[in-house]
Design a protein around this ligand. Structure first.
Ligand SMILES: NC(=O)C1=CN([C@@H]2O[C@H](COP(=O)(O)OP(=O)(O)OC[C@H]3O[C@@H](n4cnc5c(N)ncnc54)[C@H](O)[C@@H]3O)[C@@H](O)[C@H]2O)[C@@H](O)CC1
Ligand SMILES: [K+]
Length: 476
């Protein structure tokens, strides 16, 4: 598991070290220069352009530039900081705000201040880092199409949320200091970072409630069948999904559930024929009330909003077992929140942005982690907020960003597969937040596997789940 820390936490961890005179910037610059050097075929003679803002982010770039210049690179710096008042500073002071010690070291190493980008082999973005606020306020020159290394984070990305309120610089590599920040892993920001390298500068960061799970975590939380298990003891999952109009949603949700840890699936709904044809191992009925006992219900994909759907949802809620509510079930409970009143059993909600807005009364907005946490608290449920970087939040504020997935998953029916898989994990006894984390992770990997073969359908994703689950089970 990898932690993610907000700006305030990073600053608090830096403060005592800075007070003690620990050379954090020198450490940051050394890590940055090392990575830049690794991206150049040869450091000697390579042309490196630094984009330098007025704060310490620019300082990092200048000190790293000095290190590269000392190894024979031709390093130039475009100073993009805010203008100084006329006459400010003394002789030799450039007309913009800049990290002075960094600039002195840069010049002493042979670096040159320039006014146009020239033809660099590598660009280093040191315009702003964690001290930025609001949209990027610099005149950016036209840059050549060469690799870009972002210092700490791509300028223009909000470090705490991943929001990109204006223009931002797209990086091929981001070298970040001390620990991951939310802006590097979630929201739009995650699309700007390229590969992320964390450079250890000696910070001691506190335990965090925002994390990224990895394969080892998924493996640790995925139920294993025991030697004495039969089809019932592995858990029975109920799937109430699909309608006359959308029978495929039932088929896909059951396909997702079939890849999970449960040994038995009961399907209830208007897609019973289609489900039985495609999944003969499933016990089908038309209504939830006829389905029999289950250890968890998945309700919602393609369910419709009509009165049989409403009745099925209410029957499933009344069974008082763990539940995953998706799609139409979310729309129904958003207009009938009282239906969930008094429930204490685990509940997972899996909204996309539109469903989120219906439930929360407002769209998620730019801070998707805060949005998921807010809804989780308000509804006393685990919330899996779908997106290019899905966020999972528990009512107590614990949150995860899912690192797997592909844009290819943005296709009809993949959410049905996810909901089915999640329900199977709930029925298998996994606590709700880890059930959501595991389902999102495995589903995302299945999307990646399926996308290797070209355009992806939800059936391809469901088909790829098995090999990913096999990977999970054999991991470590
Ligand atoms: N504080 C520390 O101990 C360390 C800081 N480090 C570096 O320092 C950075 C933070 O430095 P600072 O606090 O000086 O802040 P930044 O350098 O990130 O940015 C602040 C400067 O940018 C300007 N600015 C703010 N918002 C802007 C916007 N939207 N558009 C254009 N300019 C804007 C401000 O006027 C200020 O001059 C980190 O991201 C990291 O790169 C590293 O050297 C590691 C150690
Ligand atoms: K930057």
């Amino acid at each position: 598991m990898r932690g993610v820390w907000g700006v305030a936490e990073v600053r608090a961890a830096e403060a005592p070290l800075l007070a003690a005179g620990v050379p954090l910037m020198a450490r940051a610059a050394a890590g940055l220069a090392r990575r830049c050097a690794g991206m150049l075929p040869r450091v000697y003679g390579a042309r490196v352009l630094l984009l330098v803002g007025s704060g310490d982010n620019g300082g990092d770039a200048l000190f790293a530039g000095a290190l590269l210049a000392r190894r024979g690179a031709q390093v130039s710096a475009l100073l993009l900081g805010s203008p100084l008042p006329t006459g400010a500073g003394g002789a030799g002071v450039v007309g913009v705000r800049v990290h002075e010690a960094g600039l002195a070291a840069f010049r002493a190493a042979g670096g040159r201040v320039v006014t146009s980008p020239g033809r660099p082999d590598l660009v280093v973005d040191g315009i702003v880092g964690i001290g930025a606020s609001g949209p990027l306020r610099v005149e950016l020159p036209e840059l050549p199409d060469v690799p870009v290394v972002a210092v700490d984070l791509p300028s223009g990305v909000d470090a705490d949320t991943g929001h990109v309120p204006g223009r931002a610089l797209r990086a091929d590599v981001t070298v970040t200091f001390g620990g991951l920040k939310p802006g590097l892993v979630v929201g739009e920001g995650a699309r700007y970072v390229g590969q992320v390298e964390v450079v250890d500068i000696g910070l001691t960061l506190p335990p965090t409630d925002l994390n990224i799970a990895d394969m080892a975590d998924i493996c640790a939380h995925w139920p294993r069948s025991r030697s004495y298990d039969d089809k019932y003891t592995r858990g029975v999952v109920g799937v109430a999904a699909g309608s006359r109009r959308y029978p495929g949603a039932g088929v896909l949700a059951v396909a997702g559930a079939s890849a999970g840890p449960t040994g038995y699936i009961r399907y209830a709904g208007a897609g019973a024929h289609a489900v039985r044809d495609r999944h003969p191992h499933v016990v089908v009925t038309d209504r939830v009330s006829d389905a029999g006992r289950v250890q968890a219900w998945v309700v919602g994909p393609g369910l419709s909003l009509d009165s049989p759907a409403q009745a099925d949802l209410r029957t499933a809620i009344a069974e008082r077992v763990p539940m995953c509510l998706d799609a139409d079930a979310l729309t129904l409970v958003s207009t009938h929140p009282d239906w969930l009143a008094g429930r204490e059993e685990p509940l997972v909600l899996t909204p996309h942005d539109g469903e989120y807005e219906r439930l929360a009364g407002a769209p998620p907005g730019p801070d998707r982690v805060a949005a998921a946490r807010g809804l989780a608290k308000a509804m006393d449920a685990t919330v899996l907020l779908k997106g290019p970087r899905t966020v999972i939040a528990a009512p107590d504020g614990t949150a995860f960003v899912n690192p797997t997935g592909t844009r290819a998953l943005a296709t009809a029916g993949t959410g049905d597969v996810l909901a089915g898989l999640l329900g199977s994990l709930l029925a298998g006894g996994v606590e709700p937040t880890w059930a959501a984390v595991c389902a999102a992770y495995v589903h995302g990997l299945a999307g990646q596997h399926a996308a290797r073969g070209g355009p992806v359908t939800a059936s391809d994703v469901a088909g790829a789940l098995r090999e990913v689950v096999a990977e999970v089970l054999s991991y470590g």
